[in-house]
Design a binder for this molecule. Structure first.
Ligand code: FES
Length: 68
């Protein structure tokens, strides 16, 4: 049995941005709430400032712009 035999999501960390998850069917947040996933790829907020947590809404771009 190889690694490919196990279904698992792919994860990519965007520099200064969200965590992109491909192939997940659900996401569990830090409070234990399970969020159904109905898209092939979802972006999870890593800055904790999104108005749509756990999803990224692009707010990280504004935060980064205001920092410089
Ligand atoms: S990472 Fe995009 S809003 Fe937080």
């Amino acid at each position: 049995m190889t690694e490919r035999d196990f279904p698992h999501p792919d994860v990519v960390l965007e520099p200064h941005g969200p965590m992109l998850v491909r192939g997940a069917t659900s996401i569990e947040d830090e409070e234990g709430t399970v969020h159904a996933v109905d898209r092939p790829v979802v972006a999870l907020c890593r800055c904790a400032k999104s108005s749509r947590l756990p999803w990224c809404d692009g707010t990280h771009k504004v935060l980064r712009r205001n920092r410089s």
